[in-house]
Design a binder for this molecule. Sequence first.
Ligand code: TMP
Length: 211
Amino acid sequence: MSLENRGAFIVFEGCDRIGKTTQCRLLVELLKSRDIPVLPMHFPERSSHIGQVINSYLTNSKDLPDEVIHLMFSANRWEHMNQIKQKLLEGNTLVVDRYSYSGVAYSAAKGLDFDWCYAPERGLLKPDAVFYLRAPADDLTNRGEYGKERYEKVEFQGRVAKVFDQICAKEANYWHQLDASQSAEDLHAQVADIAVKLVHRVATQDLDKLY
Ligand code: TMP
């Protein structure tokens, strides 16, 4: 690829313990093996000051009003936006575990207004593709370490899934809903097929913003 080619902005979304982390890792390994420059990222990014507050909240050592933690998750994305833009423009593909859609889905599932939840995400960079991993909520209880963090409850995850479904229907032109109950290898094969084509297709396209 030529120097002016940018990388692709790829996001994985879905409920807790659905397999996003494994799929991110497999995709990063695949792109590396094809000599495509690639970097993994994960939101919340817990190492910053804001990220540490989010971590305290998620591990139940700190309580905050729903609105406040929502805005902190959003601020955590905003504080990394320049870095994300720079990495993409340098030609790195980013494989990101969760983004704005998790922000909206988890807060709206608590009862906050959908449009209010989406508002602080406007202006952030828009992903080129979102892989939405979907499985029945009951399946999730069998997955490793389920129940350790604040949101890991079956009933709540069901509500989160409903909001993700709603977003998926609205953003269908760049969302790919995939069945997470299949094997990790089969799922990866589907992701890989779409992602490799995407990296080449968007290389000369301008970056877009969420609006
Ligand atoms: P993680 O398990 O991927 O690190 O995410 C931690 C939790 O934070 C998970 O339950 C989803 C939730 N979350 C939000 O509520 N809002 C957000 O904006 C993000 C990125 C995650």
